[in-house]
Write a protein that binds this ligand. Structure first.
Ligand SMILES: Nc1ncnc2c1ncn2[C@@H]1O[C@H](COP(=O)(O)OP(=O)(O)OP(=O)(O)O)[C@@H](O)[C@H]1O
Length: 572
């Protein structure tokens, strides 16, 4: 579970978050560490051997030694390639485990957040956190310790070998390190700001795509395609400007590092060359040093890269922390009170108060719904009918008062059990991509083919299912089904869920009266004797009901005969 821990510094948080996942792959981590140290050692030996090759072999005239050292070079070269391949494969395994594990944690958290979070957060913002930001943190959490380990090991080995060759030249090479560190520290705010701007632009562009793709039919019908293209171009412009700033910052900081390490090479050339010319140093030592100076620049640059990577990861971690700080509005109780089976479906609202902000949507809402009641719930648009349903399905808890199912307070019932017993079919039910079977199995993974066909038959989709079979794809956003078919498919899902309470939230509104009545007829047949709540603006479409209640001024009251279109009421 991701939780922001303000007591820890950001780098520690990034590592603490990743640690349990790394621990699960202890053996792979050990392999990566050992192989990368072996690889570094294999890369550092050749310059040392070069000195022997030049001074003892070539200058000393020992042909046999030259050949022996060439054979050692060959072994080191082939061994180095093998070690690097194995090391990269192990790294890939560890890296994927970490990335997927971190992303699964964020996803798990997202699945607990309330509809209010999704109502106010742009889809692209969430996507870019799930994708780019998680990857950035993962890269840092794994790359940084590896790079530090590798860099420090390589530098230590190089330092020992260089000191054994020439302490003076070693001091010259390392004299520039403080300058390199100072350059990094100075470039830090620049790097951080530019990374922030880039991630923000990238999230805005993802949001643009997510929102436009969903609204494509509306964009086409409103002749807004050109304006959308211009919108995309504007996003591209902003993104490119931010990308250029970020690249300039990285190139500037990286370039400065390269110039400083290049200066080190020049110093070795100048001082080492002068000493060798004067006969105070062998040519082999100068050649080996030039190789070491360029190689020592590698680990130094890797360490500088860790620093720059940290600037990026810090921004991402901050964005993930923002997401982690969103707390779920409801949680399943640790010790749930079991419902007596079979669940009767008796509902009770007792002086319920709820509002999204300071203003109450429901205030003192009280109602008893005996088991098996078919209740019509009416109320003006915005009165709070859907909000009431969200409270019943426990997307939120009331700020005062109680809601009970079979006499048990909803917040004491296991959340999964509650949502199994209380099913809502919306006006625009959500259908998942895939086939009709996939959609039915989404709510009832264990149902067999016979149960699926029976549910479709009862929901009035028998013909369609028999014609195209259960494998008929419903298409992205269920675009291949008519609205009536989508509703019937949602009803078939509800039939498979077999709840004690069924709620239809304006399900049949906008349909032709005969179609609406046919769907309600199917509901009445299948759910006869069970509690049903039908939210509607048109009482004629929901058939005979046991009771009508109006939601007015936050309370549940007897309906206003004028506003409820009295002639249409048919209460049994
Ligand atoms: N996520 C939200 N954040 C803030 N306010 C909200 C949110 N959802 C709904 N509201 C507000 O709460 C009030 C009740 O909304 P609700 O959707 O429950 O009404 P409704 O009776 O179902 O309306 P309709 O019949 O038009 O569907 C409205 O004023 C609405 O603007």
């Amino acid at each position: 579970m991701i939780t922001p821990d303000r007591t820890r510094s950001l780098p520690l948080q990034a590592l603490a978050w990743a640690l349990p996942l790394v621990r699960e792959r202890g053996a792979t981590l050990a392999a990566v560490v050992i192989l990368s140290c072996l690889g570094s050692a294999a890369a550092l030996l050749p310059p040392y051997l070069t000195q022997r090759l030049v001074d003892d072999g070539i200058v000393g005239g020992k042909v046999e030694l030259v050949l022996q050292l060439c054979a050692v070079f060959l072994v080191l070269m082939v061994g180095g390639v093998l070690i690097e391949t194995l090391s990269r494969l192990s790294y890939l395994k560890l890296s994927a485990h970490l990335l997927f594990g971190l992303r699964e944690q964020v996803w798990r958290h997202l699945q607990t957040l309330a509809p209010t979070y999704y109502a106010r957060t742009r889809g692209g913002e969430i996507l870019s956190r799930l994708d780019g930001d998680v990857a950035e943190v993962q890269r840092f959490a794994l790359d940084a310790p590896m790079a530090v380990l590798n860099g420090v090991f390589s530098l230590a080995v190089a330092l020992v070998l260089m000191l054994s060759l020439s302490p003076l030249l070693t001091a010259l090479v390392f004299a520039l390190v403080p300058l390199q560190v100072a350059a990094l520290i100075l470039s830090r705010p620049w790097l951080e700001r530019s990374t922030h701007a880039m991630r923000k632009e990238s999230a805005a562009m993802s949001s643009f795509f997510v929102e436009s793709l969903r609204a494509m039919k509306f964009i086409q019908a409103s002749n807004a395609a050109r304006r959308q293209e211009a919108g995309l171009r504007a996003h591209h412009g902003d993104y490119f400007a931010a990308l250029r700033r970020s690249q300039l910052a990285s190139l500037g900081a990286g370039g400065l590092q390269r110039v400083l390490s290049g200066l080190g090479v020049l110093l070795v050339f100048a001082v080492g060359g002068a000493l060798a010319a004067a006969g105070d140093l062998s040519v082999g030592v100068v050649v080996a040093f030039i190789a070491y100076t360029t190689r020592a620049a590698g680990p130094l640059q890797t360490l500088a890269g860790v620093f720059m990577g940290w600037q990026r990861a810090k921004v991402s971690l901050e964005r993930i922390r923002e997401l982690a700080a969103e707390r779920p509005t409801v949680q399943s109780p640790a010790q749930p009170v079991p419902l007596a089976h079979p669940v009767r479906g008796e509902l009770r609202l007792d002086a319920v108060r709820f509002g999204y902000g300071t203003e109450a949507v429901l205030e003192g809402a009280t109602l008893d719904i005996p088991s098996g009641t078919k209740l019509a719930l009416v109320g003006a648009s915005g009165a709070g009918k859907s909000t009431l349903i969200d409270l019943l399905q426990r997307h939120y808890d009331p700020q005062a008062g109680r809601l009970l199912l079979d006499g048990v307070r909803l917040d004491l019932v296991d959340l999964a059990e509650l949502r199994r017993q209380l099913v809502v079919v919306d006006q625009e039910p959500v259908l998942m991509p895939g086939s009709i079977r996939d959609n039915l199995r989404f709510v009832a993974p264990d149902a067999d083919e016979t149960a699926l066909m029976r549910a479709l038959d009862l929901a009035g989709l028998g013909k369609l299912a028999h014609a195209g079979g259960l494998d008929r794809p419903v298409g992205a956003m269920a675009a291949t089904l008519s609205r009536g078919e989508r509703l019937r498919l949602a009803l078939a899902r509800a039939i498979l869920q077999d709840p004690a309470v069924l709620i239809l939230d304006e399900t049949t509104s906008g349909l032709d009266l005969p179609v609406a009545q046919a769907i309600i007829g199917a509901v009445d047949r299948v759910f006869a004797g069970r509690t049903r709540i039908l939210i509607t603006h048109n009482l004629a479409s929901v058939g005979a009901v046991d009771r009508i209640v109006e939601l007015r001024d936050g309370r549940l009251v007897e309906p206003d005969p004028v506003r409820s279109a009295a002639p249409l009421l048919r209460v049994v």
